[in-house]
Design a protein. Sequence first.
Length: 124
Amino acid sequence: MGQPVKLSDGLVADARSVCAVSERSIAGQIEYWARLGRAVDGALDGETVLQMKRRADGLSLLDTLTNRTREQRLAAVQAFMEMEPFPHYEGVPGKKPLLVRVDADGTRTVGKFVNQVFREIKKR
């Protein structure tokens, strides 16, 4: 049974901005982040955690976009996405439902999410 909890506006806004791409609900996205954090918590040493916090500057994605020009917002979103663990996802210009998945080794795969699973689009 679920339990109601209070969450910061920044966390909810970040989850809202990501959930459209990940095809999760806001609650599902926050639960995913919580499970991921719990899974890696024991594997990270203190210095690694401090470095990660320094990179994020303690700001939410929403905070980084407030009162910025379009170019500054695009650069902030790009920087935010690069901080996230792999894989990264990029849009395909002119082909709205398609994305490019970029893996840690640089492999690029064109596809789309189907039932919350990224599916490669085979070239014809």
